[in-house]
Design a protein around this ligand. Structure first.
Ligand SMILES: O=C(O)CCC(=O)C(=O)O
Length: 217
């Protein structure tokens, strides 16, 4: 965590990726040695949800989540998605260090993070948008990845339609690396869906943090 504080954020090289309604910034912001150290800390301190919070409802049927999940945030925050209300647990020290790092690098004080652990290439996340009403859509969602490189796929909402309404907009694929930050700037989440498909040959784990800013009421 201290090594994260010492990093020089001014030399981080951001790559901008733009398309119809898509506005992404990507960088390997955390060098390998620091990312390795943090991965071990996260493996030691994160305790994932169990019971109903480890389940998901799809078309009315309940299934085990195809990954592990936990959420942290400021007191009183809850987050509703796919029919589940997720409580935000108090920030563990290493997760708070990541939140502080984002403040240093982008000047944004995030108040909630959803953590997803993909135990191996069978774990995945289906196509969705992060556009829940409680999110402040004027802020980017900041996604930080550790561990195995996994493919992140973005699809334009009109490319998902059928018939005359379908637009021929190519899918965008990114390989999210160990120690990387992906910023999904507005209006990306209104226009594009994203997913993390299975990669059955991958045996190692990946931990992803999506930092979000909630609306203040
Ligand atoms: O693991 C990832 O990179 C995707 C996470 C994601 O889509 C989400 O938290 O909404």
């Amino acid at each position: 965590m201290d090594s994260l504080k010492k990093l020089n954020t001014e030399t981080v090289k951001w790559k901008s990726i733009k398309n119809d309604g898509l506005n992404l910034e990507y960088a390997i912001a955390i060098p390998r040695d620091v990312a390795d150290e943090l991965f071990v800390e996260f493996e030691n301190c994160l305790q994932y949800f169990t019971g109903d919070l480890a389940k998901v409802k799809v078309f009315g049927k309940v299934y085990p989540l195809p990954r592990q999940q936990v959420a942290y945030g400021n007191p009183g925050i809850t987050y509703k998605y796919s029919g589940t209300t997720i409580p935000a647990l108090p920030w563990p020290v290493p997760v708070l260090a990541l939140k502080d790092f984002l403040f240093k690098i982008k000047g944004i004080n995030y108040d909630f993070v959803l953590v997803n652990k993909y135990r191996n290439g069978h774990d995945h996340m289906g196509e969705h948008q992060d556009n829940e009403p409680e999110l402040d859509a004027t802020y980017p969602i900041a996604s930080i990845s550790f561990g195995e490189v996994r493919t992140f796929i973005l699809k334009h909402k009109d490319a998902r339609k059928t018939g005359n309404e379908k637009k021929q907009i190519p899918t965008v694929k990114l390989e999210l690396e160990h120690g990387s930050i992906l910023l999904m700037n507005p209006p990306t989440n209104e226009v594009w869906y994203h997913s993390l498909p299975t990669r059955k040959k991958i045996t190692g784990a990946r931990i992803n943090f999506t930092f979000r800013k909630m609306k203040t009421i």
